[in-house]
Design a protein around this ligand. Structure first.
Ligand code: KE4
Length: 428
């Protein structure tokens, strides 16, 4: 695959931008090679600046559930931009998006819009500490909740991929307030509550882990987490930045019938533009300024351009049968990939929830971080590049999720399985 323009751009980018990228996961550092600079996307496809075409399963790391340049999103963006992009004052669309979110997630009685998943999670932690007047939080090794200081402790996603799960620059005094438990291991959570009575403000969890690769919650795990928070006066924060409007119309909390106290969102609710959100119980949200003493703010929070892209996306997702369609395509894909891996006798296991999935180079099961880290990441890197050569764009890391969009067709899925078979055959 010819990539001379991307190579030249990457060299130029590295003169001005750390690592040549504005987010580490895009750098291909863990898989090697030059990241293609994307020129445009349309539906289920993207094209790089050298004209190479890819079937896209990255979906911008989750937001593009409708695929690229969906007409409803493009149309509303054009119209909105003509009237102005941000006013730093309330606009009616903020109310509309808030109503859609509260309508879809019954646990969310009130919601504050921000501009990223990081902001949403950082604010949710501050809110839980303000509400409980406690300092410690529990997160899970391998889960990623954005790059706020206290959450960059044994984090997943790019932090895990690049071998810096606990970031430099986070003061020990601060990191020590973050207790790190093991996903799907309720005993590791119980031990923290026993050792820190009346000191833990909240548990924050990805209800379906996406940042160690996709790892579903074990049966009863989320129920046990919910019970332990209630029994100990702590809050339960569901980080639904990925799962929100991805694994079903009511997120993971609807799928697993768990009611968190606070939910964080991002990605899909912005339809590809910068939107994050945190929301939950009214009595908790009444702590948020200007109502209460917990301060959080943002110049571009709720700006009409981003909010309208989110509204257009969520309205499309309200169409009957759309989540069933997504799931059917994802099942067709992962079933086909399972057969393709078996045909070349490469140890693998595929975890999938709804239309998010990860193919681990690991005989499985992959039910937690230690299992995920047992994957053959070197082979994953070779598979990644073989798929790029086949014109299929998957995540440049074993520890990420892949996504199907409503723009993918059965023919695309069949073609992908064919291409994966060819890619896998080069690995033997
Ligand atoms: P952002 O600040 O990147 O919008 O959201 C942070 C975040 C919070 N919670 C979860 C569960 C997330 O997955 C994320 C961000 N996801 C990563 C990829 N898995 C973003 C990709 C990147 O860092 O460039």
């Amino acid at each position: 695959m010819q990539r001379s323009k991307s190579e030249a751009l990457f060299a130029e980018a590295q003169k001005y931008i750390p690592g040549g990228v504005n987010s580490p996961v895009r750098s291909f550092k863990s898989v090697g090679g030059t990241p293609p600079f994307i020129a445009r996307g349309q539906g289920a496809r993207v094209w790089d600046v050298d004209g190479n075409e890819y079937l896209d399963y990255l979906g911008s790391w989750g937001p593009l559930v409708l695929g690229h340049s969906h007409p409803a999103v493009v149309e509303v963006l054009k119209k909105t931009a003509e009237g102005g992009t941000s006013f730093g004052a309330p606009v009616e669309q903020e109310v509309e998006l808030a109503k859609i979110i509260c309508g879809a997630l019954p646990s969310v009685e009130s919601v504050r819009l921000v501009s990223s998943g990081t902001e949403a999670c950082m604010s949710a932690i501050r809110l839980a500490r303000a509400f409980t007047n406690r300092d410690k939080i529990i997160k899970f090794a391998g889960c990623y909740h954005g790059h706020a200081d206290g959450l960059l402790v044994k984090a997943g996603s790019g932090a895990l991929t690049h071998g810096i799960p606990t970031s430099a620059g986070v003061p020990e005094s601060y990191a020590s307030e973050t207790l790190v438990a093991e996903y799907n291991d309720i005993g590791s959570v119980e031990r923290f509550f026993e050792a820190n009575p009346n000191a833990i403000a909240a548990i924050i969890i990805e209800p379906v882990a996406g940042n160690m690769g996709v790892v579903p919650p074990a049966n009863g795990f989320l129920e046990a987490i919910q019970k332990i928070t209630k029994d100990n006066g702590a809050l339960l924060i569901f980080d639904e930045v990925i799962t929100g409007f991805r694994v079903g119309p009511n997120g993971a909390q609807g799928l697993y019938s768990i009611t968190p106290d606070i939910t964080t969102m991002g990605k899909i609710i912005g339809g590809g533009l910068p939107v994050g959100a945190y929301g939950g119980r009214k009595d908790v949200m009444e702590m948020v300024a200007p109502l209460g003493a917990m301060y959080q703010a943002g110049t571009l929070s709720g700006n009409p351009l981003a909010v309208n892209a989110g509204i257009a996306t969520l309205k499309e997702l309200q169409k009957p049968g759309i989540f069933e369609e997504l799931e059917t395509l994802a099942v067709q894909l992962t079933d086909g990939l399972t057969k393709a891996f078996q045909a070349v006798e490469i140890p693998s296991t595929i975890n999938r929830v709804g239309s998010m999935f990860t193919g681990f180079f690991n005989a499985g099961p992959v039910a937690g971080l230690a299992h995920a880290q047992g994957s053959d990441t070197e082979m994953y890197g070779r598979y990644f590049h073989a798929m790029q050569e086949q014109g299929v764009y998957i995540a440049p890391s074993q520890f990420e999720a892949g996504f199907v969009s409503t723009a993918h067709t059965e023919a695309d899925i069949d073609a992908t399985i064919e291409k994966a078979s060819k890619a896998l055959s080069t690995l033997r």
